[in-house]
Design a protein around this ligand. Structure first.
Ligand code: DP6
Length: 361
């Protein structure tokens, strides 16, 4: 790969984190428009580093060429997915077809943990592409336009990815009561978060690393004919407003209540889809019960959320870290696959990595 950054060739690298939704995005309309708004916490340690190499081609190709390497190895499935995504951008950015791209991507979290990587990897892609398009003068510039466009491009690749473009807490989806929110891109929460929520931890308890049987994409599709769909969308929008208020007021009790209800509600939707399916496992339920008991016994405001899988994201204020870590290693690891868990927490968002040709980075 070349490291020059003129218009005809170069490399752009971004490090972008995963995020965990507190208010869940579940159900969508074309093209990647969410059926309800969602609110998430950006993580710190679970991230993707992606380099986008590009070069101007001198033949007259019908579409951009792409080579995709994941952790140094060719990955045909992802390559095809990203190639299709690039093709879908051609009507908006016809100049893309004149370029060849090579993407090298790697994650900090092991594949074997079953932690979804689409939010971090697709946001890294959105950031690299926005940067590339911006460098060609094909994107609006000024203010926070680069991140907004990166969020929009990330959304088109995977909905939840658009929320990873900003650190701390993020909202995606139009909420009439909250200014600047949009269905097309995420924004950082536009209100002052109470200090209770500034230093939050997420212990990701890995119950199973098996690939899930029903993809999120298919799960979203099942919402189209879901008997509870319209009530769910209404409830999610309300929960988002309530949670936003709790986060401004420092109301941990309400935060815990809404976050857990969203997590179980998401899995309730899966169980009542047609066909119905179940992604939680016995140890998911064991951990959920243990968290609720522990909270009652100790008064520590620890709670759980779940994404579309069996692993538990245990959320708590960082001041309880020592106690919680003792509890995890003394008990909760027994419910984790091979004792596996990931120590994560709130993060500051993506970082552009500057290339230094001398160091080879
Ligand atoms: C349960 O963003 O993975 O994690 O837009 O089809 O790529 P696509 O779906 P995806 O769905 C995520 C669903 C969720 C909830 C959430 O992150 O809000």
């Amino acid at each position: 790969m070349k490291h020059s950054n003129n218009n005809s060739s170069g490399t752009i690298t971004w490090r972008s984190p995963s995020n965990i939704a507190l208010i869940k995005y579940w159900g969508k309309m074309p093209v990647q428009i969410p059926a309800n708004p969602s609110l998430s916490m950006t993580l710190k340690n679970a991230f993707t580093v992606m380099s986008l190499g590009y070069f101007l081609r001198d033949d007259q190709p019908a579409k951009p060429s792409l080579e995709f390497l994941f952790e140094g190895k060719k990955q045909e499935k992802f390559e095809k997915k990203i190639a299709d995504y690039l093709d879908s951008l051609l009507p908006a950015f016809p100049g893309l077809r004149d370029y060849g791209f090579s993407i090298a991507s790697s994650n900090t979290f092991p594949h074997s943990t079953g932690i979804a990587s689409s939010a971090s990897s697709m946001s890294a892609l959105g950031l690299c592409l926005a940067d590339f398009l911006h460098g060609r003068g094909w994107l609006e510039t000024g203010g926070n336009a680069l991140l907004r466009e990166a969020s929009r491009l990330s959304r088109l690749a995977s909905g939840s990815a658009c929320r990873s473009v900003y650190g701390s807490y993020t909202i995606w989806g139009r909420v009439p009561q909250i200014p600047d929110t949009s269905d097309e891109y995420a924004i950082p929460v536009p209100f002052k978060i109470h200090p209770e929520f500034h230093a939050f931890k997420d212990a990701i308890l890995v119950v199973s690393s098996r690939e899930k049987e029903v993809s999120s994409r298919a799960g979203h599709g099942l919402m189209n004919d879901h008997p509870y769909a319209s009530k769910r969308y209404e409830l999610a929008a309300n929960n988002l407003l309530e949670l936003s208020k709790a986060m401004q007021d420092g109301d941990l009790e309400k935060f815990v209540m809404i976050t857990e209800s969203e997590a179980l509600g998401l899995h309730g939707l899966m169980m009542t889809s047609n066909p119905s399916y179940l992604l939680i496992e016995p140890n998911t339920v064991n951990i959920v019960n243990r968290i609720r008991h522990y909270r009652k016994e100790t008064g520590i405001p620890v709670c759980f959320t779940l994404d579309a899988g069996p692993n538990v994201h245990m959320l708590y204020p960082a001041e309880y870290e020592i106690k919680i870590n003792e509890w995890i290693s003394g008990e909760l690891v027994n419910y984790c696959e091979n004792g596996n868990w990931i120590d994560d927490g709130i993060g500051q968002g993506p970082v552009r990595i500057i290339h230094n040709p001398e160091s080879g980075i």
